[in-house]
Design a protein around this ligand. Structure first.
Ligand code: NAP
Length: 244
């Protein structure tokens, strides 16, 4: 088995997760890529990463499903010999609507993936870490609330922020740091899933920096928080949202 440090990135097959996977590979990490359904994208990212001389492994699991999370970590145990970093990146949103139109099935699906999924992956990762770091991918939506678009998604990210603060205190004595990035208006497929594929272009002029962000700009902040450059930083947030 390789002796490189190992990172697990949930939702690492596309968007911000894929950019993060490639950046960790550049820094000499072996990369474990979790995906839910898009196996082809995840395998493609793994293939690109292996060209950089590190190992890449893909793991299918719906992070909202505890049994699937347990199976993923069991598979990880037989594939890599250590786990140094977890990036809790997987998340989903549903088409824009007001609270008046939302039903429990929609709200629970979002909370299960974006909140419960992060809790479960952190729980299993911590059991395997000897020191290390967790980076949660939250959202600027936790501060704005996403009125008339997706209160459920924004509230899930508010929960993730609180989880970041509490977990950082709970496991600091184990030498594990926990931080979060809060991206905003990044060019990825997520906006298509939210029902408005060109949302970033519609709103970018409202940002102080006057443009949308790229996935690799978020990846750099995630890498910074996970790395030794942030060795005295825990329970903290980096906003990557063009000044929003
Ligand atoms: P994306 O392009 O839609 O990618 C989402 C990734 O999450 C995909 O790889 C998807 O897997 C995975 N995923 C979704 N549900 C999952 C589940 N239940 N189990 C396992 N994996 C699951 O989104 P993105 O924009 O890169 O988003 C990444 C993170 O950034 C999310 O936490 C998101 O909330 C946050 N964020 C994004 C923006 C933005 O403007 N894009 C802004 C703020 C925050 P498959 O590939 O298998 O479908």
């Amino acid at each position: 088995m390789s002796s490189n440090p190992v990172v697990l990135i949930t939702g690492g097959g596309r968007g911000i997760g894929a950019a993060t996977a490639k950046l960790f590979a550049k820094h000499g990490y072996d990369v474990c890529i979790n995906y839910k359904s898009d196996q082809q994208s995840a395998e493609q990212v793994a293939k690109e990463i292996e060209k950089q001389g590190v190992k890449a492994h893909t793991f299918q699991a719906d992070v909202a499903d505890e049994q699937q999370v347990m199976a993923m970590f069991a598979a990880l145990d037989s594939t890599v010999s250590r786990l140094d970093i977890l990036v809790n990146n997987a998340a989903m949103m549903k088409p824009q609507m007001s609270l008046l139109e939302m039903d429990a099935a929609r709200i629970n699906a979002i909370l299960s993936c974006n909140v419960t999924g992060a809790f479960l992956c952190a729980r299993e990762a911590i059991k395997r870490m000897h020191k290390g770091s967790i980076v949660n991918v939250s959202s600027g939506a936790s501060r704005t609330g996403s009125a008339n678009e997706y209160l459920d998604y924004a509230a899930s990210k508010g929960a993730l922020d609180t989880f970041t603060i509490g977990l950082a205190k709970e496991i600091a004595s184990m030498g594990i740091r926990v931080n979060a990035v809060r991206p905003g208006l990044i060019y990825t497929d997520m906006h298509r899933d939210g029902g408005e594929a060109n949302r970033v272009d519609r709103l970018k002029s409202k940002l102080p920096l006057g443009r949308g962000g790229e996935a690799d700009e978020v990846a750099k902040a995630i890498y910074f928080l996970a790395s030794e450059h942030a060795s005295f930083t825990t329970g903290s947030f980096v906003d990557v949202s063009g000044g929003l």
